[in-house]
Ligand binder design. Sequence first.
Ligand code: CA
Length: 233
Amino acid sequence: MIYLLEDEEGIRNIVVYALEQAGLEPFGFAMARDFWAAAREKPPDLVLLDIMLPDEDGLTVLKKLRAASATERTPVMMLTAMGAEYDKVRGLDLGADDYLAKPFGMMELIARVKSLLRRADGGASGGTGQAPPLAGDEYQAGLVKLSLKRRKVWADGTPVPLSFKEFETLAYLMKNKGIALSREQIMDHVWGYDYDGESRTVDVHVRSLRAKLGACEDVIETVRGVGYRISSD
Ligand code: CA
């Protein structure tokens, strides 16, 4: 079930319609108090949250969702006005999972909703959000776990969504834990020998990998003059 808290009727109707067409189960609310009444009855699988609401602002709603055990891990996407509000809300970083600036297209909304639901599903598979025990196809470095078969990565138990190349890069490094790999080696392995790009591409991907790994970023060590290495703990 997807809860949409949005006081603008036009937006609410079209989003509910689009989500239904996508085979999802949306419920629209114009007022925070109705949203809370429904959430107490049945916690949502995902929340789409407007900011300016008549009875309670969306940021307060988000804080309360994160503070309640039933919804602390529920994916939340903030729907914000373009520009200053979008920047401010992102900058505050109150724990929303995604942000969409109005006006947005329905295809984009559906794609992001589905991606958030997939991520949440991956997180729930261990029950408590913990990565599953190590199997034959899994690698661990510090608090980072990677499953080749499931194509998933966890940082301290939390699923980390990676792009295809980011995953391949991290997998290659983790398989070679403790060994310094040159940018060229990584390039050849992940991008293929035919790829004509610059090795700086590797740096760009490692930088975004580290950003996504958050507090676990230092599992990827920079080896000066060579490339990168996964620390051997
Ligand atoms: Ca509004």
